[in-house]
Write a protein that binds this ligand. Structure first.
Ligand SMILES: [Zn+2]
Length: 118
């Protein structure tokens, strides 16, 4: 009796929709997904009451984070939709000027694209 065992258990279904490395993040304003480097990371300053949303000031911070495109429009949209409250699951305050300034810094004044949309 000759038994021919030929079972190759090679099932590899590595389907990666996004090329590149790193986790994907989603914008609170427009819902766009992309690499983390394309977004501004926001964290919660719990020293204030209610907690205050502030742009991440360098370095790794633990805790929940939220992300925004580097666009003022997305900031306004997120504010309008109260997306920050949902993202942090808390009643939070947002210093719009502070976040807007952080976006402007990240974008860079040199290559300021005039993409004003409504
Ligand atoms: Zn966006």
């Amino acid at each position: 009796m000759g038994t021919t065992a030929k079972s190759s258990n090679e099932r590899r279904k590595a389907s990666r929709p996004v090329s590149g490395s790193g986790p994907t993040r989603q914008c609170l304003g427009c819902g766009r997904r992309g690499a983390q480097v394309d977004f501004l990371r926001l964290t919660l300053d719990r020293k204030d009451a209610p907690p205050r949303v502030m742009p991440e000031a360098g370095g790794a911070r633990s805790g929940r984070g939220a992300y925004l495109c580097l666009k003022q429009a997305c900031l306004d949209q997120a504010l309008h939709r109260r997306a920050f409250q949902r993202a942090f699951r808390a009643t939070v305050t947002v210093d719009r000027d502070e976040v807007a300034a952080a976006i402007a810094t990240r974008v860079g004044y040199g290559e300021a694209n005039d993409t004003a949309g409504g």
